[in-house]
Ligand binder design. Structure first.
Ligand SMILES: Nc1ncnc2c1ncn2[C@@H]1O[C@H](COP(=O)(O)OP(=O)(O)OP(=O)(O)O)[C@@H](O)[C@H]1O
Ligand SMILES: [Mg+2]
Length: 533
């Protein structure tokens, strides 16, 4: 039996390789035929003479030839089928390659782009053919050139997979972050080394990482600030009473000494100085007491608008004529549970600071509004409970503050004012008052652009009507009052009478006009427990 090999057609693999290139077209088929005829001629030459062959041998040979011809046709068909499948697979893989979610770059050892998929080309923003042949470094941000150079060196030296983060620049100048994972490959034909790089755009990840970093730094700063203020408050609270007692003793003994010396005595002036300074010291301890939150509170349900309106005249006297005071009050402002005297003090401190920040004049705005501090706000502001708040904002167009000043603002005795101009206790007092009222204060300021102090005080959920004794201003609750919810019949009657629906009505036991109605279900409560949040 004569096989394909016997006919001098070479190895099956060679044949398939040759056929791969040729069988598709007719031209390929005629080439093949020519090749086969030539082979046959050679064979016949070798055989030289058929005359000695019997007709049977010749018939057998012809038969063999015909069988081989059919075999070849069948092989051709099979090859065409395989080639079709190969093309389909190639198309599939080239589609996967081109539209992969990452860019594939094949870069020569000299750094030239040899191949790139469509994703890679669109990352750079250049058409694929135009990109091939260009140095990859051309698209690396100038500041990251060294990273790329070192990465390439390391890769070629070690020939192990390496990855690096690089900023690339698109053709239109847009910069973006990428992660490059590279390996070295050897081209089998010429033994040249190439770098195969998988490039992914990590800009979004980088931005998220940056935001998380900024966010955690911000929260860390807030925690640090709160802890510092807490520690200072505890420290101040610890010493302030002893210190005050000492000053009282100094003042008392100085007064005794003063009484014991004659009006012409040369020591008189000195003793008077001691008393004055000791009194000054005692007044400072009073502010420290407020900061340390050790001052007893006289909390009342308060409307900040009314408080500000009452203070307006006095505030205008405090500020200079060159400052324009603007008061913007929310008409339907919620109530807050605060000590009004302390809040007045707080407002005066902020107004005086604003005045001092605007020596050449400017605008000072006092604004109130109802706000809802939601989860989003709470996530960015540590120790804030979400809910309804009343906002008091004090803004000026003054000199503003640097970040360094802002970091120390509320610390006792921190002042940038000249010696004798400021004690540095103003804002620490403000801080203490707000914290004692379960509120929050935030500062927004830029040098040269003014400052805004925002104070959030929890809005009282259940408003209460404190019945006044005839002829007396509203008095603070003692805990022995009868409190009735407007929902109860008697409560509702009284609440409606005063146009105070959805309120609690408080009956003073000693008030004949507002004594609790007979038969009403009385509840003796600690007033603040009802009124608080
Ligand atoms: N509105 C503001 N604009 C610019 N800087 C301010 C403002 N408010 C406060 N500061 C800065 O904060 C510092 C501390 O203020 P704080 O009220 O505690 O003390 P003080 O005003 O210096 O002194 P004191 O209030 O005891 O008279 C000020 O010295 C100032 O540097
Ligand atoms: Mg001040």
């Amino acid at each position: 039996m004569v096989g394909v090999k016997d006919w001098g057609l070479g190895k099956e693999g060679d044949w398939m390789d040759a056929t791969k290139l040729k069988v598709k077209e007719n031209k390929g088929e005629s080439d093949l035929r020519r090749h086969a005829e030539k082979e046959l001629e050679t064979m016949l030459e070798d055989t030289k003479d058929f005359s000695g062959m019997s007709p049977k041998d010749i018939a057998s040979l012809i038969h063999e030839l015909e069988v081989h011809q059919i075999e070849l046709k069948m092989q051709n068909n099979e090859l065409r089928r395989i080639q079709g499948e190969l093309e389909k697979t190639r198309d599939k893989y080239s589609h996967l390659y081109d539209f992969a979610p990452v860019g594939y770059f094949t870069i020569s050892a000299k750094g030239i782009i040899d191949e790139v998929n469509l994703t890679g080309a669109s990352l750079i923003g250049i058409e694929r053919n135009a990109l091939i042949g260009k140095p990859f470094s051309r698209f690396v941000l100038r500041d990251d050139q060294n990273i790329f150079y070192q990465h390439r060196q390391r890769l070629l030296e070690t020939e192990t997979s390496q990855s690096c983060e690089l900023r690339l620049v698109r053709n239109d100048g847009h910069k973006f972050h990428t992660c490059m994972e590279c390996m070295v490959i050897k081209n089998t034909s010429d033994d040249l080394r190439q770098i195969r790089a998988v490039v992914s755009d990590i800009t979004e990840r980088k931005q998220t990482e940056k935001k998380i970093k900024e966010y955690s730094e911000k929260l860390e700063k807030q925690v640090d600030f709160l802890q510092r203020m807490e520690a200072m408050g505890t420290f101040a609270g610890g010493i302030v009473h002893d210190f005050n007692n000492l000053l009282t003793v100094i003042i008392n003994y100085s007064n005794f000494a003063l009484n014991g010396v004659g009006s012409e005595s040369p020591v008189r002036e000195n003793i008077e100085k001691i008393i004055r300074n000791a009194q000054h010291g005692a007044s400072l301890t009073h502010w420290l007491l407020l900061f340390s939150r050790n001052q007893p509170l006289e909390r009342k349900i308060t409307n900040l608008n009314e408080l500000i309106i009452d203070m307006e005249k006095m505030l205008r006297r405090i500020i200079t004529k060159r400052i324009n005071l603007v008061v913007l009050l929310e008409p339907d402002l919620g109530r807050v549970l605060v000590d009004p005297a302390q809040v007045e003090l707080l407002i005066i401190n902020l107004v005086v600071n604003a005045r001092d920040a605007m020596p050449k004049g400017g605008k000072l705005t006092l604004e109130t509004s109802n706000v809802e501090l939601d989860e989003g706000y709470v996530q960015n502001h540590i120790a804030v409970i979400p809910g309804p708040y009343v906002l008091l904002a004090v803004s000026d167009t003054g000199i503003g503050m640097t970040k360094e000043v802002q970091a120390k603002l509320f610390e006792p005795f921190f002042s940038t004012k000249e010696k004798g101009q400021g004690t540095g206790l103003g804002l620490s007092t403000v801080y203490g008052i707000i914290k004692q009222s379960k509120g929050h204060i935030w500062v927004y300021s830029e040098p040269g652009k003014g400052s805004t102090f925002k104070i959030y005080l929890p809005k009282v959920k259940k408003t209460a009507c404190i019945m006044e004794r005839p002829g007396k201003k509203g008095e603070s609750l003692q805990g022995s009052e009868t409190i009735m919810h407007a929902k109860t019949l008697y409560g509702l009657m009284h609440a409606k009478k005063f146009g105070l629906e959805d309120t609690a009505v408080i009956f003073h036991p000693s008030n004949p006009f507002f004594a609790a109605p007979k038969g009403a279900h009385k509840e003796l409560l600690n007033a603040t427990s009802l009124l608080g949040r």
